[in-house]
Design a protein around this ligand. Structure first.
Ligand SMILES: Cc1ncc(COP(=O)(O)O)c(C=O)c1O
Length: 367
């Protein structure tokens, strides 16, 4: 080793643990049932696949820098202003970019303690301090978040609906939160699962963007559009903010396959409806089947269900995970204290769901 070299990363980076992505392989199973990463059970729209396949032939060229065509398609579908959109390779990257732009050393980002586990990591990467607010049994508590707001707060970041809990904050609660935030605080709403939210009192954060200048929303093609592997996310905010986010982002924010597939997917409303109907039916069925086995379920407005294993149900989350794995099924297990008695199940195909319920019944009933 060259003794004159003494490079070192920023000390804060040593405090960041690996974000644990769901496992996807099981020894002895060629095609395990992977219910660990909230991917879409029905995959991509056939129209999106076709558009993506055509685009790959242009893979030797840099993609379109101008994202106007994609923005126009999203704008037409969701009735939003294309000028308020910025794009990136997944909403994770955009969230990181936004946090980095608005918080730094000596400043704070408030998140909810059991919410999306990347949030504190984004704060640390920006050199800011994450502050975890309490929650109310895995639902956001607006009062607990507001209690944490102080002079150093720059960002409040929440996922609505949330992952891993699947719960949501109603439009009136989000508005109450926003109303009590100082104008110097940016409210970021990570709406990765918004399309799945079917309850009447869910309100899209994009409406808040139209009304207030300190709100930004992130969205993704990874969930309902089934394009997790292509990496396409977007955000919706004040024009000057999205211009800034675009300026500090990658030169080519969207690859050519994701670009064309994204437009085709947005235009295939029929396929999206099919995905949502499939999801709603299985969230309902999984909830009732798991409840009948003595398990706790958290009301989900997403494509997954968080399941609790109370002491009297006869089995622990860890041993259930082990048994499911030995049957070729991978739910999501979390190594954080509040989640040790829980597993999360993504909605899969019909066959995957029947098998999962069957294996769960065998295991729970033999306790
Ligand atoms: C709440 C939440 N936000 C953001 C993401 C990241 O999504 P993307 O694939 O767009 O980076 C996920 C992915 O699971 C998520 O659950």
């Amino acid at each position: 080793m060259d003794s004159q070299i003494s490079i070192a990363p920023k000390p804060v980076l040593e405090t960041i643990d690996y974000y644990m992505v769901g496992i996807s392989k099981l020894d002895g199973f060629e095609k395990p049932i992977k219910l660990s990463s909230n991917e879409s059970a029905l995959g991509m729209s056939p129209m999106a696949i076709e558009a993506g396949m055509k685009s790959i032939k242009r893979g030797h060229l840099y993609p379109e820098v101008d994202t106007a065509r994609l923005a126009a398609a999203i704008g037409a579908s969701y009735r939003l202003n294309p000028k308020r959109m910025a794009f990136g390779p997944g909403s994770d990257e955009l969230l990181q970019r936004i946090v980095n732009a608005f918080a730094g050393p000596g400043e704070e980002l408030i998140h909810s303690k059991n919410a999306y586990m990347q949030f504190p990591i984004y704060a640390k990467l920006a050199g800011a301090s994450p502050v975890a607010a309490d929650d109310a049994d895995f639902s956001y508590s607006v009062d607990a978040i507001l209690q944490q707001v102080g002079d150093r707060t720059r960002i409040v970041l929440l996922a609505n609906p949330d992952n891993p809990s699947g719960t949501y904050l109603s439009g009136s609660e989000i508005r109450r939160l926003h109303q009590h935030l100082p104008g110097s605080v940016l409210l970021i709403i990570d709406a990765a699962y918004e399309e799945y939210a079917q309850v009447d009192d869910y309100e899209s954060g994009t409406q808040l963007v139209h009304e207030f200048d300190n709100v930004i929303v992130t969205r993704t093609f990874s969930k309902v559009h089934g394009m997790a592997g292509l990496r396409l996310g977007w955000c919706y905010g004040p024009e000057w903010v999205v211009e800034l986010i675009t300026k500090i982002g990658p030169s080519f924010p969207v690859n050519c396959v994701a670009y064309s597939a994204g437009i085709a997917s947005i235009e295939d409303a029929e396929f999206t409806e099919k995905v949502l109907a499939h999801n709603e039916q299985w969230i309902h069925t999984l909830t009732s089947e798991f409840n009948q086995l003595g398990l706790t379920t958290y009301p989900s407005q997403t494509n997954f269900l968080l399941v609790g294993f109370p002491l009297d149900c006869g089995r622990s989350a860890a041993e259930t995970n082990h048994y499911l794995n030995s049957n070729g099924i991978i739910p999501r297990q979390f190594a954080v204290p509040d989640y040790l008695d829980k597993l999360r199940f993504t909605v899969g195909t019909d066959a995957e769901m029947y098998k999962t319920i069957d294996v769960m019944q065998q295991f729970m009933r033999s306790a």
